[in-house]
Design a protein around this ligand. Structure first.
Ligand code: EPU
Length: 337
């Protein structure tokens, strides 16, 4: 365990933004993490997991703690279900593949999501009709202030669409150390109703899909729509899909008869921000080293050496334009630092 100085964070964020941390340390177990948190010399700390949901706009004057704790463990199992605990530093997609290879079902629709296990609960990652909360049992988290390990149950986490207690009251107060999931061993409950999955399975000529087939379908869809952060810097969806009232939606329908929507409640619908951004003319637009992805307007990209502030300014321009055209406020999904 060694504290380094003046370290580039470019390899540690999927946007590939070059900013520097005054101090940097990678921790590989809970004891190391507790020791680092107790260091009084570094009051300003930034916790970095997979770096897949953040936009770094400036150098960090403090200590960056990189969570690198590994390990996957079967806690208990019976004929039907298995309880698995994964350490925070495990790569999310590799964990999904490990489960699929063992024929453990429940997270196959969440294949290829960038990031780590420990950051997945923070925004309740979700894709193709499944959210992390559906298989989540609990997580262990260390309080930054006291270094005490606390267990958060599913109820404690207040999960919601791209939201949890870790983005609200508990924001900046805990570091997730491990996450426990309940997965199926047989009679897997498959989620194939999301449009793109159904058509992808048809293309693959699969009529009775296994969890392995679903994972393959999701990987194919994501690879066709979403840029690989290893090739083009990005942070997945930059914005959340906004929820608007049905009456506002009906007004919009008068001018935009093709506007898509998903039901949320009796009086509300969710509108795809990607559609709004595309209609506003931003899809595929490139401004020097940054822009809006050509296949998915929700994704802002860094083609090389963009600055975080460039991308932040573009996101503000998009928000302003969407507001002007549709009177809808779209909120960033990524954390801006
Ligand atoms: N659309 C457009 N233009 C675009 C993108 C989308 O018109 O450029 C419209 C289309 O009508 C499409 C609809 O939006 O039918 C939905 O698109 P998609 O299925 O790609 O889903 P999304 O709502 O754009 C959300 C998640 C993604 C997740 C997909 C699939 C959010 C903020 N994003 O995107 O999550 O992969 O659904 O479930 O909820 C992420 O969080 O990083 C992420 C990629």
């Amino acid at each position: 365990m060694q504290i380094e100085q003046n370290i580039s964070l470019k390899p540690y964020n999927t946007f590939g933004i070059e900013v520097f941390a005054d101090f940097f340390i990678s921790v590989s177990n809970i004891d190391e993490l507790k020791q680092v948190l107790a260091l009084k010399a570094y009051p300003n700390k930034l916790i970095l997991g997979g770096g897949s949901n953040m936009l770094l706009t400036k150098n960090f004057e403090g200590l960056v703690i990189h969570i690198n704790m590994k390990g996957i463990e079967i806690v208990s199992e019976d004929d039907d279900f298995v309880t698995i605990k994964a350490s925070a530093g495990e790569n999310w997609h590799e964990f999904v593949l490990w489960c699929i290879n063992n024929d453990f079902g429940g997270i196959e629709n969440l294949s290829l999501i960038p990031g780590n296990v420990g950051t997945a609960p923070i925004q309740n990652i979700g894709a193709y009709g499944v959210e992390l909360k559906d298989t989540f049992v609990s997580c262990e988290a260390i309080a930054l202030e006291t270094q005490i390990l606390k267990t958060f149950t599913k109820v404690d986490c207040h999960f919601d669409y791209r939201n949890s207690i870790f983005k609200q009251e508990a924001k900046g107060k805990y570091i997730i150390a491990s996450v426990t999931f309940l997965l199926s061993k047989k009679s897997h409950k498959l989620h194939v109703n999301y449009g793109a999955i159904t058509s992808q399975l048809e293309t693959m000529q699969v009529s009775q899909p296994t969890i392995q087939d679903i994972s393959k379908a999701v990987i194919a869809i994501r690879e066709s729509k979403l840029p690989n952060p290893k090739e083009i810097g990005n942070s997945g969806s930059f914005f959340k899909n906004p929820v608007i009232s049905k009456s506002n939606f009906n007004t919009l329908l008068q001018n935009f008869s093709d506007i898509p929507s998903y039901p949320v409640s009796k009086n509300e619908v969710k509108v795809p921000a990607g559609w709004l951004i595309e209609k506003a003319g931003f899809k595929g637009k490139q401004f020097g080293d940054y822009g809006v992805h050509k296949n998915q307007a929700l994704v802002l990209v860094n083609y090389g050496n963009a600055k975080g502030s460039d991308i932040l300014n573009l996101s503000k321009l998009i928000q302003k334009t969407v507001k002007r055209l549709f009177d809808i406020s779209i909120e960033a999904e990524v954390n801006i630092l």
